[in-house]
Design a protein around this ligand. Structure first.
Ligand SMILES: [Fe+2]
Length: 691
């Protein structure tokens, strides 16, 4: 980009912007590292081939006063070749955070950067990388991560990522970290109120003033900007998170917990607490904008500060045909920050990032009348056919949804009969996404969708009689497990997108996601047997960095005498923790689980696998933690899962502690009309119950 074009573009961001000098010079700053003046560290974000956004927060200002900092960006770690030196103002309007866009950088190059105040008090030194030029054929390497609950765990996974990256050959080092959300958890526990949850020790994050928060069960949730800001500061006190942000540029999108656990649009929902939250959504957006440097446009039009629009918390009672709440404060709040965006990285990557929460319709699976259907013995399983009816709303079955839904003898009126079909993306974002997908020219079109999109299902219709008092309804077929409310049960919208991929003959389509606190690898398909299994791409879910997953919850909550316990956990004599048969349930089915819990013979159990249950799954671990890496080249996508033990305490080891397993999934680029095929290799450790 030419200087003039950059200045025009930077003005569009309203950014504090600097133009890199073609002739680097030795630093003239009086910088000396004083981290206590920059307690939240440094960060960089959203690099393109000639510019990067740089971030810090200054803690050295007298109360209420703004301050002037200097950012230096250099080609070397000693700052002898400084390419840009930019003045930056930090002020209370953005909680003393800043975002500086620096242009005229060279493509595909490592840079170092640091901030200092007028007295020479300096931040730590950060490292970042620009993207390759659009035609550059070099391989692209990135990690995808999610769910870093530091209230309940420690970020040993980042320590492991850093350790391995520092030792990797230059061509294999990570270019950026894709953060798929739950950067913070707004549901904060206080260690003196709750010492443990599941296997976890509760660690201090923050304390809210009463007027900034609400308490739901053991969780304190923020309702104001001050509240959200204090959560980010609590999270950024974590040394491993700070080190990760100082090592790589991050590309980030929020999941649910950056705003509200079960929230949607601008409604705050946490368990039974559900209130209009337009001011809360704006506050959450503002805090995200302030603490994660990203190429997003805040209402102020300036990256210097957010400029929150004035909104009121008003109930939303009118919705359009896509389930979008038309209440004006709702529209202002959810549009106060547009997180969805696309990102080009060399010849091989178009990263399409979507927001799964701001525009979604209300939870279609939560009508209280559904509880009357019963089926509680089947622990979290609902008929897939029922879930599809609820998802499809009034459009189900070609616009002829059933008037009633049933489970054995229990019948209720179909609660979604007149509702619009479920949408997660919302109409505007969905149109943008489809357009981007169709016009992409990169080898790989990677959809950064914070929510897992792979079906999660079981085959209770294959259970032998007599295990449960009630039998699985004869006509119900497969079950969906889990709570729904993610992309795995967004049946109609998912099919709509996958059909675009199929019909436009798009190749190199893959989803990377998070949220499920578990590792999954498989295929994107609109239907599963008895429907047509027709993969149009790859689909991956990365485990949580820290947050407790489904297996940990099961270990603590599943009654020993539950009739179907062995479908989830198999208790082995003399072994402290049970084996995780839940993985086997979703990959192989009930017959395999029952055999395994009896004989603990893996081969025999797998020989009873139901081939129609999960042709879309190659790998599943509902108990894993860690991170995933992706390597993209002209002819292959390789995705590695690096699984670590449950991160309850901080590892004192420089490598972050041991690895449980490392598993690699590779797919050759398929041609138009061909199906993608994954090849699996377990490179390290034991992943027996995951495959
Ligand atoms: Fe999460």
């Amino acid at each position: 980009m030419k200087r003039r074009a950059f200045i025009v573009a930077a003005a569009g961001w309203g950014a504090a912007a600097a133009w890199g000098s073609p002739v680097p010079r030795r630093s003239k700053a009086r910088w000396r590292e004083r981290r206590e003046f920059f307690r939240e560290g440094v960060a960089s974000g959203d690099p393109d081939s000639n510019s990067v956004l740089f971030w810090t927060r200054y803690s050295g200002s007298p109360a209420g006063k703004s301050a002037r900092l200097t950012l230096e960006v250099a080609e070397d770690e000693l700052f002898e070749r400084v390419t840009a030196s930019a003045p930056v103002t930090v002020s209370p309007a953005a909680d003393w955070t800043c975002r500086v866009l620096v242009g005229n950088l060279k493509p595909s190059r490592v840079y170092w950067y640091r901030f200092s105040d007028p007295d020479g008090n300096g931040s730590r030194i950060g490292r970042t990388m620009t993207a390759p030029n659009e035609g550059d054929p070099r391989t692209v390497n990135f990690a995808f991560v999610s769910c870093q609950d530091v209230n309940e765990g420690k970020l040993n996974a980042y320590r492991r990522m850093i350790y391995e990256d520092e030792r990797a050959p230059a061509a294999e080092q990570l270019d950026f970290v894709l953060h798929l959300g739950d950067f913070i958890y707004e549901v904060v526990e206080y260690p003196d109120e709750v010492k443990t949850r599941f296997d976890r020790t509760i660690y201090e994050v923050t304390r809210f003033a009463d007027e900034h928060s609400h308490k739901v069960g053991n969780f304190h949730i923020p309702l104001t900007l001050d509240g959200y800001r204090s959560v980010y500061k609590g999270y950024l006190a974590d040394p491993d998170l700070q080190d990760a942000r100082a090592r790589w540029p991050f590309v980030a999108i929020w999941d649910n917990h950056e705003f509200s656990w079960q929230g949607w649009q601008s409604t705050v929902k946490a368990g039974k607490f559900e209130v209009p939250g337009q001011t809360v959504k704006v506050a959450a957006n503002q805090a995200w904008f302030e603490f994660l440097p990203a190429r997003v446009s805040p209402p102020s039009g300036s990256l210097e500060h957010f400029g929150p629009p004035a909104v009121k918390n008003v109930p939303i009672d009118k919705f359009d045909s896509d389930g979008l709440g038309l209440e004006p404060n709702n529209l202002t709040a959810i549009n106060s920050l547009k997180g969805y965006r696309a990102y080009r990285y060399g010849r091989h990557l178009d990263l399409l990032i979507t927001d799964q929460h701001s525009y979604r319709s209300a939870n279609c699976f939560s009508d209280p009348s559904l509880a009357k259907l019963g089926g509680d013995e089947f622990i979290g399983m609902s008929p897939e056919s029922l879930m599809q009816i609820l998802d499809g709303g009034r459009a189900h079955n070609g616009g002829n949804p059933p008037a009633e839904v049933s489970f054995n003898d229990a019948r209720i009126p179909n609660p979604q009969r007149n509702a619009p079909p479920q949408t997660i993306l919302g109409a505007t974002q969905k149109a943008w996404f489809k357009d981007k997908l169709k016009s992409s020219t990169a080898t790989w079109k990677i959809w950064a969708n914070s929510e897992g999109a792979l079906d999660e299902r079981a085959d209770p219709h294959n259970l032998p009689p007599g295990l449960t008092k009630e039998s699985w309804p004869k006509d119900a077929g497969y079950a969906t497990t889990g709570s729904g409310f993610d992309y795995g049960t967004a049946y109609s919208e998912r099919a709509e997108i996958y059909n675009v991929v199929r019909d436009a003959k798009i190749t190199g389509f893959a989803i990377v996601s998070g949220d499920r606190h578990s590792f999954w690898a498989g295929y994107a398909t609109a239907e599963l047997p008895p429907g047509k299994f027709e993969p149009v791409g790859l689909s991956f879910v990365g485990a949580s960095l820290t947050s407790p997953g489904p297996m940990e919850a099961n270990e603590h909550t599943l009654p020993k005498d539950a009739p179907l316990r062995s479908l989830f956990l198999a208790d082995r004599q003399g072994q402290e923790k049970p084996d995780w048969t839940f993985n086997m349930l979703l990959k192989h089915g009930v017959r395999s689980c029952l055999e395994y819990a009896k004989s603990f013979d893996l081969q025999r159990a797998r020989s009873l696998s139901n081939p129609d249950l999960a042709p879309h799954l190659e790998f599943i671990d509902l108990g894993g933690h860690g991170y995933a890496t992706v390597r993209l080249s002209a002819d292959e996508m390789r995705t590695d899962f690096v699984c670590i033990p449950r991160p309850i305490t901080r590892s004192e080891k420089p490598d972050g502690g041991p690895i449980k397993y490392r598993v690699s999934h590779q797919a050759k680029l398929w041609r138009k009309g061909e199906k993608p095929v994954l090849t699996q290799r377990v490179l390290e450790g034991n992943a027996d119950l995951c495959v």
